[in-house]
Design a protein around this ligand. Structure first.
Ligand code: DOR
Length: 433
């Protein structure tokens, strides 16, 4: 099956490309990009006025299956990704059972292939059952194809064990350790950021130093072990300073930031209550400013959603008992276009770099570019489409987001994975929402 995407503005920073091109897809791959392609036997799709990008790749997604299918399934989560213009996700292993054996890796891969909505790369645990007591079966996970390892949702608290795991992974080519950097003795019991809002409400809180002290530990342990470290969901200005220091020393460290940490502050709890309860917590306006600036300069390499679905009833249980997490897959692209690109805070090419090229490079994935020969994983945007965030339209089983009702301008209108059109005009083919 040949498809010719005609007349769109193609933005591919990996090829330093930004201009009007036709793009030919053949056998699931990008076959050609040229100002004019005559492809008589192809299905022609007119994309005049649209933007064509290498598909977005989200390195931080909780798909919840197996174990928590009431929150999300692999099918619903990957449909949500496609609806959000995302063509590949890394699936975090805090499932039940956790992804800590090759059998579990295959389970996730097979379910994802059956669903067929986007590519899924399972992340393996660092410690057995995410228990923080002994290393997981790291060798067999690696042999099963796992390249990213994390106990996300919780850190490996015991530094001696963490060091042992890092040293075990260091010789394996292509491995990335994704750190959930949190010092539990400082964060325990905290419901929101420690600051003016927590004082006003008189609630137990998580100080910024609960993150920075752990970021420092994780950088130092990874650097001395010689393993590539990726810092998940950075939320504080102090963490950005430590990242700059580590990069300045030449350590192989990268970092990600989520849309909610870019756009929301601890004040959001006053408006949205438990919908804004997330780990790490939403911080201050100054933290947001520093995170946006670090993303703009490339110091923060990657945008990831930390899509963390929960059931409505769990979130309705009140701030104290509600679980942490925001459903982010279907809001990320409109929010980033509206809050950063349209305001001139981030070039569109830099958004693509942070949300497609760099994630592909970090995990050694084939996407992240539209170079001929690459898999035809693409996202098409309509930069003029305006509306408001409406959780009722989500494909995710989770509808919880503090962004409900936010106006946007710009959204994904087509998602293509391996040459197959998965989403058109917000509708994902082959699944009911
Ligand atoms: O808010 C969060 N939710 N942060 C995490 O680190 C884990 C995640 C989850 O699994 O719900």
């Amino acid at each position: 099956m040949k498809i010719c995407l005609k007349g769109g503005r193609v933005v591919d920073p990996a090829q330093l490309l930004d201009g009007q091109y036709d793009l030919l897809i053949e056998d699931g791959r990008v076959a050609a990009i040229a100002p004019q392609i005559a492809a008589d036997s192809a299905r022609i799709i007119d994309l005049t006025g649209r933007v064509v990008l290498p598909g977005f790749i989200d390195l931080h997604v909780h798909l919840r299956e197996p174990g928590f299918e009431g929150k999300e399934t692999i099918a619903s989560g990957t449909a949500a990704a496609a609806a959000g213009g995302i063509t590949a996700v890394a699936a975090m292993p805090n499932t039940e059972p956790p992804i800590d054996t090759p059998a579990m890796v295959r389970f996730v891969e097979e379910k994802a292939a059956q669903a067929g909505f986007c590519r899924v790369y399972p992340v393996g645990t660092l410690s057995r059952r995410r228990g923080g007591g002994e290393p997981a079966e790291l060798d067999s996970l690696y042999r099963a194809g796992v390249r990213a390892f994390s106990d996300d949702g919780s850190p490996v608290a015991d530094s001696r064990l963490f060091r042992k795991i890092l040293r075990q992974l260091a010789p394996c080519p292509g491995v990335v350790v994704i750190a959930h950097s949190e010092e539990l003795s400082l964060s325990a019991g905290g419901l929101l950021h420690e600051g003016a809002v927590s004082k006003k409400l008189g609630l137990p809180a998580v100080p910024a130093v609960a993150e920075t002290v752990a970021v420092a530990r994780d950088i130092l342990l990874a650097a001395t072990a010689g393993v590539r470290l990726h810092l998940a969901h950075l939320s504080t200005a102090g963490s950005v300073e430590l990242l700059a220091w580590a990069k300045g020393r030449g350590f192989p460290v990268t970092a990600e930031v989520t849309p909610h940490h870019l756009f929301l502050t601890d004040e959001e709890i006053l408006r949205s209550g438990a919908q804004a309860k997330v780990n790490p917590p939403l911080r201050t306006a100054e933290d947001c400013r520093v995170l946006i600036e670090a993303l703009r300069t490339g110091l923060i390499d990657i945008i990831a959603t930390d899509h963390a679905p929960h059931q409505a009833a769990e979130k309705a249980a009140g701030l104290e008992t509600a679980p942490c997490g925001i459903a982010g897959l279907e809001t990320a692209v409109p929010l980033l276009l509206t809050g950063l690109v349209n305001r001139g805070k981030l070039a569109l090419a830099d958004l693509v770099r942070a949300f497609s090229c760099r994630p592909a490079e970090l995990l050694g994935l084939k996407g992240g570019t539209l170079r001929p020969g690459s898999p035809a994983d693409l996202t098409v945007l309509d930069l003029e489409a305006a509306g408001t965030i409406d959780p009722k339209k989500f494909y995710s089983l989770a509808r919880q987001t503090p962004f409900a009702g936010w106006p946007y301008r710009g959204r994904p209108v087509m998602t293509i994975v391996g040459g197959r059109i998965i989403m058109e005009q917000g509708v994902v083919h082959g699944i009911e929402r």
